[in-house]
Design a protein around this ligand. Sequence first.
Ligand code: FAD
Ligand code: NAD
Length: 467
Amino acid sequence: MKELTTTLLVLGGGPGGYVAALRAAQLGVPTVLVEGQALGGTCLNIGCIPSKALIHVADCFEQARAYAADSALGIRSAAPTLDLAQSVRWKDGIVKRLTGGVGALLKKAGVRVVHGLGQIVDGKTVEVASRQDGGEALRLRCEHLLLATGSVPVELPGLPFGGRVISSTEALSPSALPRRLVVVGAGYIGLELGIAYRKLGAEVAVVEATERVLPAYDAELTRPVLAALKRLGVVLHLGCSVQGLTGDGSGVRVRTPTADEFALPADQVLVAAGRRPHSAGFGLESLLLDMAGRALKVDDRCRTSMRNVWAIGDLTGEPMLAHRAMAQGEMVAELIAGHERRWMPAAIPAICFTDPEVVVVGLTPEAAAQAGVEAIEASFPLAANGRALTLQAGEGFVRVVARRDNHLVLGWQAVGHGVSELAAAFSQSLEMGARLEDVAGSIHAHPTLGEAVQEAALRALGRALHV
Ligand code: FAD
Ligand code: NAD
């Protein structure tokens, strides 16, 4: 087996791993990246990007149908049809363009990319026995090993993947639309894709174990999402759990909160009940690293319990978000290059790309109360925002949470069409330690959704202008 020595070896080329490799190479650290499937990882190939592409197709299709039925805007058109194969091709084109871009960036920076599954031998050695790029088997030796192997979908005991039971991966490349889709889990994936499938024309039922949709978010924020689900005709079974397929396989058995059971017909069952760190099956266990459940335990520099073995991204547990993985990757690369860095973001934004979208950055009023902080909060309704009305998007609100004593902004939440783009302003205000007066005193362009951010701050100061 051919041997290769490097300073940094990155295992996994998702957003965490490829950003780490890129930054390390930019800083002159000799770097090898091993990727077993496709550069870009879950995010670019089977996650963030393809899901947002499919959501866009679904939104456009629904919009076209709305014009055909009755258009308040005066646009008249015939009922649209869907060429699903072309929609999937379009989505694949975006994925290809982005993953190709990642490959080009890595090449330009001087990262050596090895395509093949890496098997950990010890904390300084990884073997790639079978190369997808046709190269010979490699034993890679390194000074620093960075683990960035991501996560995989949780499989439910009574519903193993296969046949009509699918994960988000299959749901993002449909060859045909199921007539009836049952979604298990009303979290991020279940609602983002459940809503998209409904808009594309499937009958969608969602079975959720808790009493609420998006249980990670507060009820006020999710109320407009609930209303949209109802309007779209997505059927909800809350407080229920799926026990398994029915005897003839034509649907699922659902248990209600009163322990009754009923059958829900399904041509396809999308299991979206969470993801778990990908920490087994490639020799990681042999390192006997400290774990936090199935996730790797890391400190505030993403160091594991073994010297010079680092871990980032979904492998290190919640929140499993691409921008967190990327930021951790950048930090570890800089640490290895000798910079002084620590993991201390003011907040990690979370966005659910449902209809309408939900954004949470920093503390909610409830979280502030739990932390014992005396806080003030104020909301500004999008119904009072001119831009929102011109976009037919007057549903939802922007909410700010700040310390009562010095008005330091602690958190932002928003729900509404297009509010995902407000996340940048929210994160910046928290990271820069803005006070309500800073936001209220900044001139926000008119007419924009961003004015709702300024108005929320004004309202928190008791100086609201437009409500
Ligand atoms: P991954 O992206 O999972 O990459 C890990 C890589 O490691 C993979 O390419 C894998 O092939 C490789 N690998 C694993 N083991 C080995 C081995 N032994 N040898 C070689 N290579 C190996 N997050 C957001 O922030 N916003 C979103 O909108 C969003 N949407 C999502 C939608 C869906 C449907 C899904 C499933 C996820 C979504 N996520 C989203 C989550 C996001 O995709 C992950 O948080 C992110 O990809 C994690 O990055 P990572 O680098 O830790 O791991
Ligand atoms: P999730 O944790 O968001 O939601 C899972 C849901 O399934 C929860 O509401 C849970 O109560 C429910 N559930 C669990 N077991 C169940 C059962 N047996 N029966 C019925 N309901 C059950 O998980 P997800 O939607 O699978 O997404 C996985 C992860 O991927 C997310 O946590 C997130 O980190 C990431 N992701 C992010 C985005 C985004 O940032 N926009 C989008 C998609 C995925």
